[in-house]
Design a protein around this ligand. Structure first.
Ligand code: DAT
Ligand code: MG
Length: 157
């Protein structure tokens, strides 16, 4: 079983932050099975966030996610830890709203690196269906861009 995760531009733009997020991810018992760095078009961002189309923050969300490079990750829980990778990644991310991290999970990724409710470090699929849809979008159908040559290895970051 796997999950789909996305690191947002406010992380990917800064190599040292990006590496810290990846280290915390591995330390939490998640393994990276596929990775892809890319920059989303408006149309691709619209597909990722279709469920939020009518929300007041939709425009802000789309503007932000297309503002720079993102890293898509397919994650699985390691053999020794097991468990549901969807829940594991979302727990590591922490609450959507950054102010809540202060008392709910200061050590989560959003607690450590989140800036605002929009610039909140990452995305995580929330169901088996969204894992399938979002993995397919990023790993099978996305428009190739110049960023595709990049891979999140330690030397790259
Ligand atoms: P999550 O990313 O925790 O799954 P979500 O699916 O409810 O949260 O929302 C998707 C993204 O939309 C979220 O990462 C950031 C943005 N967002 C959600 N609620 C928001 C709010 N109240 N104000 C601004 N942006 C918000
Ligand atoms: Mg969500």
């Amino acid at each position: 079983m796997r999950t789909f995760a996305l690191l947002k531009p406010e992380i990917v733009t800064y190599p040292s932050l990006c590496w810290q997020v990846l280290e915390k991810t591995l330390t939490a018992g998640l393994e990276v099975t596929r990775a892809r760095k890319t920059t989303l078009t408006l149309a691709e961002a619209g597909k990722l966030y279709a469920a939020h189309k009518d929300k007041f923050f939709y425009e802000r969300l789309i503007r932000h996610i297309t503002s720079g490079p993102v890293i898509a990750l397919e994650l699985q829980t390691g053999d020794s830890t097991g468990g549901d990778p969807v829940a594991r990644w979302r727990q590591l991310l922490g609450p959507t709203k950054v102010y809540r991290t202060a008392y709910e999970s200061p050590n989560s990724l959003r607690g450590a690196f989140g800036l605002t409710d929009t610039r909140n470090v990452g995305h995580g699929s929330d169901s088996p269906q969204s894992v399938a849809d979002e993995s397919a979008l990023f790993f099978d159908t996305l428009t190739p861009t110049n960023d595709d040559a990049c891979r999140p290895s330690k030397s790259d970051l």
